[in-house]
Design a protein around this ligand. Structure first.
Ligand code: HMG
Length: 389
């Protein structure tokens, strides 16, 4: 049997500020039930003026480096769809902020929310070539839609860092994978836009088609039968989407839709996403963190993961939870990352949403707002300046 490879450590970071959906509902006159029940969201993370994908990614990865050191990390893959540069990988800034060794390859990867899963699978391939190496996978995104649009309630921001290696302490990633790609315009962001464009209903339909497509491919390759999975972790643009997806999968498989069974399969995967909002690439791995942090002992049980990225590419695969995993979780730190956020009122959120650096090549400082470990100090001569706090 080949050496198991998978997620050895998993850490996440989110933003300085949080906007409760109650504040959004009060501003736009929406019945709060639509947010709390209809889409399943309580609040969303809002980046400070001096936070971005780099500061969140570095904050997520710093505890992983503190625990495991840098000597085995020869690759960093930074997955994002909120890229800050068309040429330079955001991962190179993180490499510098964390003091990783120069003998390292660093690259950025994109396919909407699916990017982190591509990064994880590519990392497994690299580790398979040399079992002594570890790959640092970072998934970091700011989800931004137009103000006053239906998408506004499904924003958020977070980063996940995963150390991928042989004999993982948390989750062994299994073969096969069920794959699905379809050219659809459900959600996209042209280079000249900060906010994504989306066809809401089309995006939900495209996601459901992808669930069906990945499962069909997975089943054809003799993956685990549906009933073997201890839980299902879905990409969660809003947490109700996971429920829509799982119902669709059960219907597709001709299995009776028992609401209690659905709640048991998904209920522990949504705790972090419901208060953080959509974090694009990081979202499905925040779901995994929530499950591992909350579930009764999952040792030896396969968990189904469904990663969906608009446009669209999706993958369904199993991760088997490893004996002793509970001793390696970061439950207290995860709760603290959420609890430490400061509520911002609607006016403050709107100002942050509309803020951007002038593109004139001048010297522009960012106001000191974050209390996190890293900050974007400003932009000067078109260069972003980062610092550790
Ligand atoms: P909307 O038009 O504002 O909402 O759009 P709605 O009218 O469809 O209502 C939402 C739900 O709330 C409905 O439930 C209503 O019945 C219910 P459903 O029929 O869906 O079960 N509702 C209520 N429930 C209780 N009490 C009430 C009440 N009122 C209504 N009073 C939408 C919602 C999600 C479409 C919008 O926010 C949007 O466009 N968001 C962005 C797109 C998105 O998240 N799509 C998800 C799939 S695509 C994806 O996951 C990829 C993505 O992450 C990007 C990437 O890959 O990079 C987005």
């Amino acid at each position: 049997m080949s050496v198991p490879i998978g997620i050895h450590d998993l850490s996440f970071a989110t933003t300085e500020f949080v906007l409760p959906h109650a504040a959004l509902a009060e501003y736009n006159g929406t019945d709060i039930g639509k947010y709390h029940v209809g889409i399943g969201q309580e609040s969303m993370s809002v980046p400070a003026a001096d936070e971005d994908i780099v500061t969140m990614g570095a904050a997520a990865a710093a505890p992983v480096i503190a625990r495991h050191g840098t000597s085995r990390i020869r690759t960093v893959v930074f997955a994002t769809e909120s890229s800050i540069d068309q040429a330079k990988s955001a991962g190179v800034y993180v490499h510098s902020l964390l003091g990783l060794q120069p003998a390292c390859r660093v690259v950025e990867l994109k396919q909407a929310c699916y990017g982190a899963t591509a990064a994880l699978q590519f990392a497994i391939g690299l580790v398979r070539r040399d079992l002594a190496q570890q790959v640092l996978v970072i998934a970091s995104d700011v989800s931004k839609y137009e103000l006053d649009s239906p998408g506004e309630a499904t924003q958020g921001a977070a980063a996940v860092a995963m150390l991928v290696g042989a004999d993982p302490a948390l989750v062994r990633i299994e073969e096969p994978s069920g794959l699905f790609t379809a050219d659809v315009m459900d959600f996209w962001r042209p280079n000249y836009r900060e906010a994504a464009l989306v066809d809401g209903q089309e995006s939900i339909n495209a996601y459901l088609q992808a669930v069906e497509g990945t499962w069909k491919d997975y089943a054809e390759q003799d993956g685990y039968p549906l009933e073997e999975f201890a839980a299902f972790v879905y990409h969660q643009p809003f947490t109700k989407m996971a429920y829509k997806a799982h119902r669709h999968l059960l219907d597709f498989c001709g299995t009776a839709t028992d609401e209690d069974a659905i709640a048991r399969a998904l209920g522990q995967t949504t705790a972090y996403n419901t208060v953080i909002g959509n974090s694009y690439t990081a979202s499905v791995y925040l779901g995994l963190a929530a499950l591992l942090d909350q579930a009764d002992d999952l040792t030896g049980r396969p968990v189904g993961l469904l990663s969906y990225g608009s446009g669209s590419v999706a993958e369904f695969f199993a991760g088997t939870v490893v004996a002793g995993y509970r001793g390696h979780l970061r439950t207290a730190a995860n709760h603290e990352a959420i609890a430490r956020r400061t509520p911002v009122d609607y006016v403050g959120y709107r100002a942050l949403h509309e803020r951007s650096f002038p593109a004139d090549g001048g010297d522009h400082r960012a106001p000191a707002q974050t209390t996190g470990p890293f900050r974007l100090a400003g932009i000067s001569g078109h260069k972003r300046l980062y610092e550790a706090r």
